[in-house]
Design a protein around this ligand. Structure first.
Ligand code: VGL
Ligand code: ZN
Length: 197
């Protein structure tokens, strides 16, 4: 069985100068590049929203970025417009190695966000990544990238729930940290059986 590196959302909009900049987001690029050769497979994810996406505060009159609203699938943080399909902000950081095996795009449905690389935010609509990994015989995953407390966190918890052996390499992740979201994410990942390296 084999071990994949899952590189979450290392895109311009999550790096300094981007629309939803994660502090130190660009610092993950060098360590991730250096890790890639140590895995049997490398999968990169890309947050990939249509203009007017429902996770954008600008799509909800009277709302501001970082406020939380109730969506049919549960609470949703509203974000600045980010990672719009085909934009420079949605492109990978230019320093990131681009020789991975698969690029998985998520968040393309206008009505629902997708933090996790496995399921949309209803926690039930699959992205197809599980099938890809299983049909390639991959049973171990190491996750890195942005942001620790949102897309890395949701992806890691879902992967553990699906039965993969999951680790998060924390030095190659950076967090947004909204109202204690990093501490909560660390707890949730530990509870789900994710090993934090
Ligand atoms: C992310 C917020 C909105 C992430 C994506 O990649 O962690 N966070 N969209
Ligand atoms: Zn997003």
């Amino acid at each position: 069985m084999s071990h994949a590196l899952i590189v979450i959302d290392v895109q311009n909009d999550f790096c300094p100068g981007g629309a939803l900049a994660v502090p130190g987001g660009d610092e993950v690029v060098a360590p991730i590049n250096a890790m890639m050769d140590d895995f049997d497979a490398v999968i990169l994810t890309q947050d990939w929203h249509p203009a007017g996406h429902s996770s954008f505060a600008s799509s909800h009159p009277g709302q501001e970025p970082f406020w939380v609203i109730d969506m049919p699938y549960g609470p949703q943080v509203l974000w600045p417009d980010h990672c719009v399909q085909g934009s420079e902000g949605a492109a990978f950081h230019p320093g990131l190695r681009s020789d991975g095996d698969l690029i998985l795009r998520k968040g393309f449905n206008r009505e629902i966000d997708s933090y996790s690389a496995f399921f949309e935010n209803d926690r039930s609509t699959p992205t197809g990544l599980e099938g890809y990994l299983r049909t390639r015989g991959i049973d171990r995953l190491t996750l890195v990238g942005l942001a620790t407390d949102f897309c890395v966190h949701y992806s890691a918890v879902d992967a553990a729930r699906l039965g993969f052996d999951v680790a998060v390499r924390m030095q190659a992740c950076r967090a947004i940290d909204l109202d204690g979201s990093l501490a909560a994410a660390v707890e949730a990942m530990k509870t789900a059986g994710v090993s934090l390296e």
